[in-house]
Design a protein around this ligand. Structure first.
Ligand SMILES: [Zn+2]
Length: 268
């Protein structure tokens, strides 16, 4: 499997989400770290999802395939809903709030103001559902997960990535009690309802999912990852409704990662 060529220019590298040259990635997040594109705003996790959609998901989609994105980011709406990323699939975006960038979504794609805990879709509708870094903002995250599970096709894939650094999941109220130094801005950035722990996978299983952690870019050298605004070690959490989904969307193989053209770039 070939992976997109990411070229180097006189000015640095090309951001592979927007295609613009980037001399230096900007700081983002709390605590702040480098990685935000100065042109399109893409962060390392956006670049990882962009790669995953192009390399793992798009080859398995066809005309008539259906994607759902829950709680879409501006970057996703502006840069991901395009044939080079999602092929000929139709994308539906839902969010509790209708934001100005949602108005830019054009047919055959669509935006529907909708809360995922009351997803008004038939069972088994979507081939792929994205709900990355969104569940930490949803009070009834179990209901959200059961709705995502219900709406996913039996051979579909759900992208349910989330931070899960600590041992046990806590509500934000509990976490704030233990960490009084953190302000509202921290929870606005990272989730205002939940701080997930390593038991996050049990929450996915409780909704019926078969979770899988895919490791991306492990074969890329450290300098390439730094230059392209990637994490040193990037894990992406996906989940399936059945073994047929796992078989339809196999994880990235090291051999495919090695085919990235950065070997050629290093010689320039
Ligand atoms: Zn960019």
């Amino acid at each position: 499997m070939r992976v997109t060529c990411y070229s180097r220019t006189l000015h640095g590298v090309i951001c592979w989400v927007c295609g613009n040259p980037v001399e230096q990635f900007l700081l983002y997040g709390i605590p702040s770290r480098p990685g935000r594109c100065p042109h399109c705003g893409a962060k390392p996790r956006n670049r990882a999802v962009h790669w995953y959609l192009r390399s793992i998901i798009r080859p398995k989609l066809a005309a008539g395939s259906q994607l759902l994105d829950v709680g879409s980011s501006r970057v996703f709406v502006q840069r991901f809903i395009t044939p080079s990323v999602i092929g000929s699939a139709r994308c539906t975006v839902i969010d509790r709030r209708a934001l100005n960038f949602h108005a830019r979504i054009e047919p055959p794609h669509r935006f529907i103001p909708m809360d995922v805990v009351n997803a008004d879709f038939a069972d088994d509708t979507f081939d792929v559902i994205l709900c990355n870094h969104t569940l930490a903002y949803v009070r009834d995250d179990h209901r959200a997960l059961t709705e995502i599970f219900r709406c996913l096709k039996p051979d579909g894939l759900a992208m349910l990535d989330s931070g899960h650094d600590q041992e046990k999941t806590q509500s934000v109220d509990e976490y704030r009690h233990d960490h009084p130094e953190l302000g509202d801005d921290y929870f606005a950035e990272n989730g205002d309802q939940w701080v997930y722990g390593q038991d996050y996978f049990e929450r996915l299983q409780a909704a019926g999912f078969r979770p899988r952690t895919d490791v991306l870019f492990d074969d890329y050298d450290a300098a390439f990852k730094r230059e392209h605004g990637l994490k040193d070690h990037h894990e992406l959490i996906v989940a399936f409704k059945s073994p047929t989904g796992d078989a339809r969307f196999p994880p990235p193989h090291k051999s495919s990662q090695q085919s990235v053209n950065h070997e050629n770039l290093k010689k320039k």
